[in-house]
Design a protein. Structure first.
Lengths: 85, 269
């Protein structure tokens, strides 16, 4: 009479452990995917362009206006691909 | 003899033209007036120019509160163009740097209202709206920026970022494609193209763009980590682990290095 409940208890414990392990593994996969997906974010905002002196934006030395107008990204004061976060 | 005389006359006639070809700066006229209104206008203009100079210097030194005070005074003096749009523009920078985004956007809007071709003001307006988290207003400002300067790299980049944040991946895709075709060496455009492709569910295209970004800039760690994430989505776990490992080995930044190592180790277990 005592052997059957013991077997049942073992069985239940085994099932619980298996379910727990599967759940833990699934949770790990979900956590990994969540962490990986969180990395797929757009790049940084463009920084503010700098101040302009009393001559206004039309002078050839007006760096901010030239950066705003530039067709090439490298002249436009945009974020670089330097590996920074 | 007659020929020599004709040549001499012709040379003498041409002399004033030769003299005109060499311009010299004119002498600034000294105002000779006792009229109170004229003197007041002259003093006003002089104060405007001087305060913009002082405010500009304060901004270059990062003294934002001092700078804002100077530009507010300039605006109160009622300057003409280009000093009016310049004062509002510089005030916008001082307020943005002080964290007053509402004040900054109002200043940049006022600057653009006085000079609609002021592209630097349009650029900063988009940035401040994005900093403030107002994606809808950033998008409207970015649309106006692109309309004013369709070839501007900054306009395309700013609208692309605003569109990605708003979930409009199609607009972002078009803008970053144009940016990339105008400047094929700019790896960041390929990275953002990949983010747009991924938002549209095209993981294979996202993978291709990230590989292009890394080919252009082998030290682009963020692109390498993003490539690992895309490969993971595609079920290519071994390749993803390889990319995370490469990023963990090469990242110059400790935060990215630890992140890449965590992702690599999470796949292993």
């Amino acid at each position: 009479m005592m052997r059957f409940p013991a077997r049942l208890a073992f069985g239940i414990a085994f099932a619980l452990l298996t379910a727990g392990s599967v759940g833990f593994a699934r949770a790990s996969v979900v956590a990994l995917e969540d962490l990986a997906n969180a990395q797929l974010q757009p790049t940084a905002l463009p920084a503010l362009l700098g101040p302009i002196n009393e001559l206004g934006r039309n002078g050839w030395q007006c760096t901010p206006e030239r950066a705003a107008k530039a067709a090439h990204a490298t002249s436009a004061e945009l974020p670089a691909d330097d590996g920074a976060p | 003899m007659r020929l020599a005389a004709a040549c001499a006359i012709a040379l003498c006639a041409a002399l004033p033209c030769v003299a005109q070809a060499q311009p010299y700066p004119g002498v600034t006229p000294i105002p000779h007036s006792t009229d109170p209104a004229t003197l007041h206008a002259f003093a006003n203009r002089r104060e405007i120019m001087e305060r913009i100079r002082v405010g500009f210097r304060a901004e270059m030194e990062g003294r934002w509160t001092d700078a804002a005070a100077e530009f507010e005074r300039v605006i109160a003096l009622g300057p003409q163009e280009p000093q009016a749009s310049t004062a509002f523009y510089d005030l916008g920078i001082a307020r943005a740097q002080s964290g007053d985004y509402a004040g900054a956007t109002a200043a940049f809007e006022a600057s653009i209202a006085r000079d609609s071709g002021f592209l630097a003001a349009r650029a900063n307006l988009v940035t401040v709206y994005l900093l403030a988290g107002n994606t809808a207003a950033a998008r409207t400002a970015a649309d106006a920026f692109v309309a004013a300067a369709p070839d501007s790299a900054r306009a395309l980049y700013a609208r692309g970022i605003a569109a990605l944040r708003a979930g409009d991946a199609l607009t972002a895709l078009a803008d970053f494609r144009t940016l990339s075709s105008n400047d094929p060496a700019y790896a960041v455009a390929h990275y953002d193209l990949a983010i747009a492709e991924q938002q549209l569910g095209s993981t294979a295209d996202a993978e291709r763009e990230l590989r292009s970004a890394i080919a252009l800039s082998p030290s682009y760690t963020r692109a390498q980590i993003a490539l690992g994430a895309v490969l993971l989505r595609e079920g290519k776990r071994d390749e993803a682990r390889g990319d995370f490992d490469a990023a963990a080995q090469s990242a110059p930044d400790a935060t990215l290095r630890n992140l890449a190592a965590s992702l690599r180790d999470a796949i292993r277990h």
